[in-house]
Design a protein around this ligand. Structure first.
Ligand SMILES: Nc1ncnc2c1ncn2[C@@H]1O[C@H](COP(=O)(O)OP(=O)(O)O)[C@@H](O)[C@H]1O
Ligand SMILES: [Mg+2]
Length: 325
């Protein structure tokens, strides 16, 4: 009865090599809130997959369905090739998860918290427990603070302790819900470095975030959510490339520059300090540069700026990304 799960509602071999795959996954909470709306997600094995969306867009709800913590209203989810939540007991030991802050005992030290976690795992041999806990503490940089009570930990240290708990066993997949939420820049850098290291060892990492630049910095792939719906998914490079690059001119003579660029068919001009940017026009940029110089615009720099994931997001939704939210 172990065997393979039923084929499920997926067309053909679309999800070959996918560690997470959902088909029309939907969650409507009691009370009527449609939190996740017919989500089709494909997370390739070996990726660092960023699940990006503003607060309230359905990220945590999706993750809770993937981990079998709540039942979908309709649709299906497969994790490591098996149907969730049905196959949870087989799948979850192969998945490390950190969801909405770890559950820690404040009165226990960091090390004792991990010893407890490890003891709760019936497949973890007691003889090697201390070594496993020591290695996990080392991994997240908590060795020297291991004897401190968890309630004395900073938010970043608590988050790292939660990660250590997820890393007690080797995992094929790590699912991290907003792992850098509430951390200072140094704490964020540490988590990012950890994620990169795990990915380099072959662990697939699925992490949610409402921060675009974070996704750009660590992820190979991303999916963008808004109001429970998937807007797009793909490699970060593809997503950024889908937003057109812009022309950028640095000059002390911004007003003249705007006039000349406008005359040469550059649309959507914006000025920030000494920088003028606009849509790339269908003319030779050399001619455009010459025109600026002819009009006595003093040009400090002239070129195209790479489109970012943020540009792609703005293009998709027609609005900016609320990073403060
Ligand atoms: N237990 C719940 N009961 C009812 N509504 C909920 C519950 N949890 C979340 N929601 C609602 O579902 C939507 C998605 O929430 P959530 O999945 O937490 O988004 P995110 O993690 O992207 O911030 C929000 O509108 C939220 O208010
Ligand atoms: Mg959330």
């Amino acid at each position: 009865m172990e065997g393979r799960s039923k084929p499920g509602p997926w067309p053909g071999a679309v999800g070959e090599g996918a560690v997470i795959e959902t088909a029309a996954l939907t969650k409507r909470y009691r009370g009527g809130q449609l939190a996740v709306d017919r989500l089709d997600l494909v997370v390739p094995r070996g990726s660092v997959f960023g699940f990006l969306g503003p607060n309230g867009s359905g990220k945590t709800t999706t993750i809770r369905m993937l981990m079998g913590l709540i039942e979908p209203t309709s649709g299906a989810a497969r994790v490591l090739g098996q149907e969730m939540p049905r196959a949870g007991r087989r799948v979850l030991p192969r998945v490390g998860a950190l969801i909405e802050g770890p559950a820690l005992y404040g009165f226990l030290s960091g090390r004792d918290n991990l010893l407890r976690f490890d003891a709760a795992d019936p497949t973890a041999a007691p003889r090697t427990r201390a070594a496993r806990v020591g290695a996990a503490l080392e991994r997240v940089g908590l060795t020297s603070a291991a004897g401190k009570k968890a309630r004395a930990y900073s938010l970043g240290m608590k988050q790292r302790l939660g990660l250590a708990a997820a890393l007690l066993r080797p995992r094929e997949l790590l699912v991290l819900d907003e792992p850098t939420n509430g951390l200072d820049p140094q704490g964020m850098r540490e988590i990012r470095a950890l994620v990169r290291g795990l990915a380099a060892e072959g662990t697939t990492v699925f992490l949610s975030s409402h921060l675009l630049d974070e996704i750009e910095q660590v992820c190979t792939h991303a999916a963008v959510m808004a109001q429970g719906r998937l807007l797009t998914q793909g490699t970060v490079r593809e997503l950024a490339a889908s937003a057109r690059a812009r022309l950028a001119v640095t000059t002390p003579d911004t007003a003249d520059a705007v006039r000349v660029l406008k005359e040469h068919g550059v649309h959507d001009l914006t000025v920030t300090d000494d920088r003028v940017t606009g849509e790339l026009p269908p003319v030779d940029l050399a001619d455009l540069n010459a025109a600026l110089v002819r009009a006595d615009v003093r040009v400090r720099s002239f070129g195209t700026e790479r489109a970012s994931l943020e540009d792609a997001f703005v293009a998709l939704t027609g609005e900016g990304f609320d990073v403060a939210g």
